[in-house]
Design a protein around this ligand. Structure first.
Ligand code: NAP
Length: 298
């Protein structure tokens, strides 16, 4: 049975990485952070910080010596370069690699050729091939939409101006997981290396839809008047694709690609079958959801 003790994280200084770092330390993994700059402040004495050149397999391989697992939480601009990190992990004899992916429907074949998703697919396929040809293994973690992001997305529900544009009727079910729960699930994957080997691991704290979110908001503050409208996921996706095709590289364009797919029923963003029980993930309670919505309405 494989045992994981030494874990390296790349991208720990971003939005998602600090949550993973905290969860790994909480359960006493020996943690190393790979970074582009020696900004070691803030990681604490228990974390080894190694400055690496993410363009150099030899630099990365040296840094990964004696490591059992690597998790990448690298951001959008560095996603493609993860192939070098994968090469280095295999060369250094690392057992498990988790790529930076962490999405809703990223593994659906229907999104494989779309902007952003195609980069994830390229890296994932590279990793799968590397695992087939070496001792490296992988886990792809699908946590759905991070709850904090979903509730901050005006496209899902606009808590500021009290409006909802129902996408495809507002009933598309989407798995959500909080950042803290996701991070603890990552640590649990490393505690169950055999059961999570070479596959997609699904984490789903709740499955929500827009109508349900609006119902919760109405229960929390019945005095608020909401405006609703209707929009199609296919039109949102098309707007994003058109903007990217005409040279746009804006957050808005990529956001539309994500919203148009995550809220499109056919892309499969609801994980009715998941790994919650293996990873110790408890469902989000209605009371907790109400509290999260109340925070947004204050
Ligand atoms: N499901 C969801 O709702 C959801 C929401 C947000 C994000 N995500 C996913 O979570 C992952 C991480 O996102 P994030 O927002 O945390 O990313 P981020 O903050 O943009 O970047 C994370 C870290 O990556 C490193 N990095 C950036 N560019 C790099 C490059 N060119 N080469 C090497 N390292 C680089 C940086 O660390 P150093 O400076 O320390 O090297 C940076 O702090 C992504 O896969 C994203 O798609 C999912």
């Amino acid at each position: 049975m494989a045992v994981i003790k030494n874990v390296t994280i790349a991208g720990a200084s971003g939005n998602i990485g600090p949550h993973v770092l905290k969860a790994l330390l909480e359960v006493n993994f020996n943690v190393t952070v790979l970074t582009r700059s020696q900004a070691s402040d803030g990681y604490g004495a228990r974390v080894k910080v190694v400055e690496v050149d993410f363009n150099s397999v030899s630099s990365l391989t040296a840094a990964l010596k004696n490591q059992d697992a690597v998790i990448s939480t690298i951001g959008k601009s560095g996603l493609e370069k993860q192939t070098l990190l994968i090469d280095a992990a295999a060369a250094a004899g690392v057992y498990r690699f988790i790529p930076s992916e962490f999405g809703s429907c990223t593994t659906s074949p229907k999104v494989a050729d779309l902007p952003f998703y195609s980069t994830l697919a390229t890296v994932r396929n590279y990793l799968i091939q590397k695992a087939a040809a070496s001792a490296l293994t992988y886990s792809i973690i699908a946590p759905g939409c991070f709850t904090e992001y979903l509730l901050a997305f005006p496209a899902a529900i606009n808590f500021k101006n009290h409006s909802v544009a129902f996408i495809d009727g507002g009933n598309t079910r989407v798995s959500v997981t909080s950042l803290a729960t996701f991070a603890r699930a990552v640590a649990a994957v490393f505690h169950h290396p055999d059961k999570t080997k070479n596959r997609v691991v699904y984490v789903s704290e709740a499955i929500l839809d827009q109508k349900q979110l609006l119902d919760v908001a109405k229960k929390v503050k019945p005095e608020i008047q909401w405006t609703t409208s209707d929009i199609k996921s296919a039109d949102i996706l098309k707007a994003g694709l058109d903007a990217i095709a005409s040279g746009g590289d804006s957050l808005q364009a990529y956001g539309n690609v994500l919203v148009g797919t995550v809220f499109g029923e056919e892309y499969g963003s609801a994980y009715d079958d998941n790994d919650n029980s293996l990873l110790g993930v408890e469902p989000l309670t209605e009371e907790r959801l109400k509290a999260l919505v109340a925070d947004r309405l204050d």
